[in-house]
Write a protein that binds this ligand. Structure first.
Ligand code: KG4
Ligand code: ZN
Length: 359
């Protein structure tokens, strides 16, 4: 079956066509991503209203391109999938409403997909990974470990108690005077920097559990950068390298703890797999440290290609395909949701700072 997937939850307007064979294998027939980064760069972050308007302006052209590149018309599609949340609500409404209109007009089933499920299932699209596996989702809005036990079946093993990792990269870049989005800029600068020059804290390192915290690290970076101001190019590179080294140590340590929790949930699992997803998974330093952590603990490490780690329509089409194969079709009153945790049982700890919001 061929699924059209639409993604509009943040600052990418994306559409793709993915084919799923009866044996569960997949083929990406097209994957069009139009980034709005230039529209938001001068504001140093994504402006929700600008994002929603930009989605409206180009969504139909992006979908037309995805169909054209796949060499089919709407008639050749078996279902329409769209991100229904979580994300910036204006953008989510644009994509979901467009999907509903197409599905209704063409008489196709609708699949209202959780964006995080799209990230979570990408490793099955790219590598055919079998359930269960341990997922580390590292994006601009989410930083969490999930035991991916099946389609629609997720258990959260750890999350951030303040900032998401991508957000921490973006904020660190901003205070070093680097462009938005900050993750790739920090990585570029870090390549030429001395990671030992500025000792920065590694919050929660060695602590029980698999939660993350980045706000103390960000504050320490700000205080150190202010003390060293004005910053030379050398200083910026050394700060970037020191920050990336701290983050990499934290991610490796938390992953080791999450593996212990995953192992306890799935006693006797013979070939455990660690999957990394989300935009921050593009970072090579984090990838290689995770790969080493996985090997040291007997895990296979799977990191989808960069283009499928960041937001895209193919992951939404694929999650839709997995749901359709199980008969999990949605009705036309499926709501757009700003918040939508994958593990509904892992209650957001409201009242405990930002944890409730970010969880
Ligand atoms: O998953 P994503 O494309 O969008 C969502 O948040 O859903 O992730 C975007 C985040 C941004 O914060 C960006 O700075 C970060 O991923 N990022 C990186 C790198 N490339 C993108 N962070 C660190 N190193 C990178 N190379
Ligand atoms: Zn995402």
């Amino acid at each position: 079956m061929k699924i059209l997937g639409i993604e509009t939850s943040c600052d990418e307007t994306a559409a793709a066509v993915v084919e799923r064979a009866a044996d569960g294998s997949a083929r990406i027939l097209s994957n069009i991503v139009r980034s709005q980064i230039d529209d938001h760069a001068i504001f140093g972050g994504v402006v929700p209203e600008i994002a929603a308007r930009a989605h409206v302006e180009i969504i139909d052209r992006v979908i037309a391109s995805a169909l054209a590149e796949a060499g089919i018309g709407i008639d050749g599609i078996d279902a329409v999938a769209a991100t229904a949340g979580p994300g910036l609500i204006g953008g989510v409404i644009v994509g979901l409403t467009t999907a509903k209109a197409i599905a209704l007009a063409a008489g196709k089933p609708l699949l209202a997909v959780n964006h995080l499920e799209g990230h979570a299932l990408t490793a099955r699209l790219t590598d055919g990974v079998a359930f269960p596996y341990l997922l580390l989702l590292l994006s601009g809005g989410h930083t969490q470990f999930l035991s991916v036990d099946g389609v629609g079946n997720y258990r959260r093993l750890g999350t951030t108690i303040d900032d998401a990792l991508g957000e921490a990269f973006d904020k660190a870049a901003k205070l070093l005077g680097l462009a938005y989005p900050g993750g790739p800029e920090i990585e570029k600068q870090a390549a030429a920097g001395d990671a030992k020059r500025f000792p920065l804290p590694r919050p929660l390192l060695g602590r029980v559990g698999a939660d993350f915290s980045f706000s103390g690290l960000k504050t320490a970076l700000r205080i150190a950068a202010e003390a060293a101001a004005p910053l030379s190019d050398r200083d910026v590179a050394d700060f970037a390298a020191s920050f990336q080294a701290a983050v990499t140590d934290i991610v490796a340590d938390r992953t080791a703890h999450a593996m212990a929790a995953f192992g306890a949930l799935h006693a006797g699992i013979v070939a455990p797999v660690l999957v990394v997803a989300g935009g921050v998974a593009a970072n090579q330093a984090i990838r290689s440290k995770l790969s080493a952590t996985a090997v040291a603990r007997g895990y296979r490490f799977v990191a989808p290609p960069q283009s499928l780690c960041a937001d895209n329509g193919a992951m939404i089409a694929w999650a839709g395909a997995e749901r359709l194969a199980l008969g999990l079709i949605d009705t036309f009153d499926a709501p757009a949701r700003p918040r939508w945790p994958l593990d509904e049982t892992a209650a957001a700890r409201l009242g405990a700072g930002a944890k409730g919001m970010k969880a």
